[in-house]
Ligand binder design. Structure first.
Ligand code: IMP
Length: 430
């Protein structure tokens, strides 16, 4: 049975939640492998809207096992709030539906304080982080001083790790960042409570996922953020602190690349980004505002307005290559209805020279002048359309042109927020 990775092909917020929710029907396991509660996946089920930050959206389906892999950074408070919200709404009745890796790193109170204090000090150069402590937690992971879930649930080890970290962190917070110190007793009391509630969900999730795959079960690996926010391959330093591209799934779960069958890139029919950083096709004008309002482009995690712009084929082509995409799930096509002309960026010009890839240097990126192609728009509402052939001619032409420019075909086209407002072209689980 196929194992499929879902990744964002732009700067995140492409509508992964809805697509994962649709594909979950065909998967036995749904697995998160990187990021943390900086992500926000919005899913609409039977007119009710759910926003999930940490728990895979598969939790809304009965009998599907949801896994939070070792590559995820976990804020225990946020996790438990999400568990309580789900239980309150009648989901997650069977606790064994959720498994949390014993090797995942824990977001501690100092991570959030450092994240926010540093951003405040950065002034104009701020990254626009979500303030959830994601970057500082990954920093500790790579500095080999982090606290893992296995440490959290072992009281003796947790006390040692907490003591081992706190002096350094408080010195950094107070002396360098001018912030207040974290209190040992408060953290110990708070996190000990979290540990007791989280312990029943903890497992060696690599073992579990590999066993399930060997038994012929299907896994859906749910990426968070987008390829352009990847720590190695994105618009550095305006990125998140994990590998958001498909390669991150293997290390973030503990599965080999040989078990991956399909990689689907969730791609918005235009472009958005939250936070600071380069965005060559940004529309800082009425058209951008129109997309924001019609597309409801307000962050699911922080509520911040998303910056909006035309589709950038250079960015998505880059994502096709770095992820090895086998298909594209094109979302929010309906948002473009009613536009007379739609522009698509097909290449860049830098210092008068045509460029077909995104340069690494920010200095070069700042000089980008997008080269646009203009396509005719359509007036018809798309929400009730269920087959590609039934789309208005100009909408079909638009989708086909995007496919040609990025080099991969659409397997799904989303024409509305609701689960049923979707055109399935090809099912990657077949
Ligand atoms: P961090 O992940 O909170 O450190 O934020 C780093 C950058 O990634 C900022 O520009 C955030 O706005 C962006 N970011 C983080 N998570 C998401 C997401 O789920 N969707 C879109 N952007 C995100």
């Amino acid at each position: 049975m196929p194992n499929v990775i879902i990744v964002g092909a732009q700067w995140g917020d492409e509508g992964k939640g809805k697509v994962v929710d649709i594909y979950t029907e065909y998967a036995d396991l749904v697995v998160r492998y990187q990021g943390g509660n900086n992500a926000g996946h919005t899913i609409v089920v039977n007119e009710s809207k759910f926003v999930l930050h940490l728990i895979p959206s598969g939790v809304l389906h009965k009998g599907k096992r949801c896994v939070i892999g070792n590559g995820v950074v976990i804020d225990p408070k946020a996790l438990l709030e999400e568990i309580d919200m789900l239980k309150g709404q009648g989901f997650l009745k069977d606790s064994s539906q959720l498994l949390i890796s014993d090797r995942a790193h824990v977001i501690m109170p100092w991570h959030c304080k450092i994240d926010v204090a540093r951003e405040n000090l950065r002034g104009k150069g701020k990254i626009g982080t979500t303030g959830r402590g994601i970057g500082p937690c990954y920093e500790d992971k790579y500095a080999r001083v982090g606290i893992r879930i296995a440490d959290l649930v072992n009281e003796k080890v947790f006390v040692e790790r907490l003591k081992g970290n706190l002096e350094d962190k408080n010195r950094y917070l107070v002396d360098f960042l001018g912030d207040s110190a974290c209190d040992y007793n408060e953290i110990l009391e708070e996190y000990s409570k979290y540990a007791k509630r989280i312990a029943p969900f903890v497992a060696d999730t690599s073992l579990l996922v590999n066993d399930a795959v060997s038994e012929g079960k299907s896994a859906l690996f749910e990426g968070a953020q987008g390829s352009m926010l990847d720590i190695d391959h994105g618009t550095y330093p305006f990125v998140t602190s994990s590998n958001t591209i498909a390669g991150g799934a293997c290390s973030g779960i503990g599965v080999g690349p040989t078990c991956i069958d399909e990689v689907i890139g969730i791609t918005k029919a235009y472009t958005t980004r939250v936070g600071s950083g380069p965005f060559p096709t940004e529309l800082d004008c009425e058209i951008g505002e129109g997309l924001r309002q019609k597309g409801g482009e307000f962050g699911a995690t922080t509520g911040r307005t998303r910056r909006c712009g035309w589709f950038d084929a250079v960015v998505v082509r880059d994502a096709v290559r770095r992820n090895g995409l086998t298909g594209m799930a094109l979302t929010k096509l309906d948002v473009l209805t009613g536009m007379d002309k739609i522009k698509v960026c097909i290449a860049y010009e830098i210092d008068g020279k045509r460029v077909d890839t995104l340069p690494a240097s920010l200095h070069e990126v700042e000089k980008i002048v997008p080269v646009y192609e203009e396509l005719d728009g359509w007036e018809e509402a798309l929400e009730e359309i269920r087959s590609f052939d039934a789309l208005p001619e100009n909408a079909k032409r638009y989708v086909k042109r995007l496919e040609e420019l990025v080099g991969v075909e659409s397997v799904l086209v989303s024409v509305g927020q609701k689960r049923r407002e979707t055109i399935i072209v090809k099912n990657p689980f077949d």
